[in-house]
Design a protein around this ligand. Sequence first.
Ligand SMILES: NC(=O)c1ccc[n+]([C@@H]2O[C@H](COP(=O)([O-])OP(=O)(O)OC[C@H]3O[C@@H](n4cnc5c(N)ncnc54)[C@H](O)[C@@H]3O)[C@@H](O)[C@H]2O)c1
Length: 365
Amino acid sequence: MKIGIPKESLDGETRVATTPDVAKKLVTGGLTVLMEKGAGEGSHFPDSAYQEVGVELTDRTGAFACDIVTKVRKPTLDEAAMINEGAILIGYAETCDEDPVIAALHARNITFLAMERIPRISRAQSMDALSSQSNIAGYRAVIEAAQHFGRFVPLMMTSAGSAKPARVVILGAGVAGLQAIATARRLGGDVYAYDVRPETQEQIASLGAKVIELDIGEGGAGEGGYARELSDEGKAKQQALLADELAKAHIIVSTALIPCKPAPVLVTEDVVKRMREGSVIIDLAAATGGNCPLTEKDKVVNKHGVILVGHTNYPAMMPSDASAFYAKNVANLIEIMLDKSGDTIALKDLDEDEITQAAQLKPTA
Ligand SMILES: NC(=O)c1ccc[n+]([C@@H]2O[C@H](COP(=O)([O-])OP(=O)(O)OC[C@H]3O[C@@H](n4cnc5c(N)ncnc54)[C@H](O)[C@@H]3O)[C@@H](O)[C@H]2O)c1
């Protein structure tokens, strides 16, 4: 069975779907791994490192013409056309709806296993790329904040005077948010955090941050560990109650997300106006509209003296670790897809396992 690793073509995407370490395990497990030349370069994995573990280097066409094609980003229409009819594609779908690329894949009977659809259940934890990549984003977001902030994050006492620790507020305490809290604490910030799901309060406190508690008059917990969308009244109350806490912050890292919905607005323009000059907002939700309406996607802008950072691909800024984690997630998924009991490796019925069943993008009727 052939596994293909094409080079990512999206601008700024430095990750690769399989690293030499993971490729070695796939090859040892009896699979033939074909990689487009140079696919690992952006993540600092040279072709030679793949060749050493038995990966065959090929051209673009060869990497797409495999039984299972592994990618990070959703293919373009041209790339989708290069995948064999009836093959399997593993990668991010980056949409909740059927779009032209996904329709083109379905039209040619290509099974698309979307990494963001891996259910967040215990057995699937080792395949959970949303978590592995958000963890990296949470860490990198705080590093980015520290870089843009013109002051110290920790308490500093020197002969030339002292600096108080920066007041850091993390909004949304899911995977990215909890890692952002941990990283901001390690940097010595005075860290506060808020999430609409009450069960996060214990997690926030266990990381040594102070919990911001708000009474918005309705519950925010939804299904599967995610939040639910608040009523218009709830949203307005949340913004109003958060305002004083946010206005005092030097650094805000916002990560609030509700799957397949626009990002909830938590940091209003009025709050930005009230923040001190030189404060920093890292808006991790920039791709889905931003938790602050002033955020500009993939740009760093200065609004009312506050620096707003809207990068949408933090994992690509740490491509070696991001690829290593992603590659392990993908390889663990491939492992449960294969039946190795016979003389040859066969593909299992993907509808028989709840993980591969949930990850499949089915054609809309
Ligand atoms: N910019 C990047 O490079 C990058 C990379 C990875 C993830 N992300 C983004 O980071 C965000 C977080 O990802 P994640 O994996 O941690 O998601 P997650 O689902 O684990 O966490 C999101 C958290 O937001 C909370 N939330 C939702 N609505 C809220 C509200 N109104 N008020 C307060 N909290 C609210 C949820 O309860 C949840 O805990 C997402 O927007 C994701 O797309 C960005």
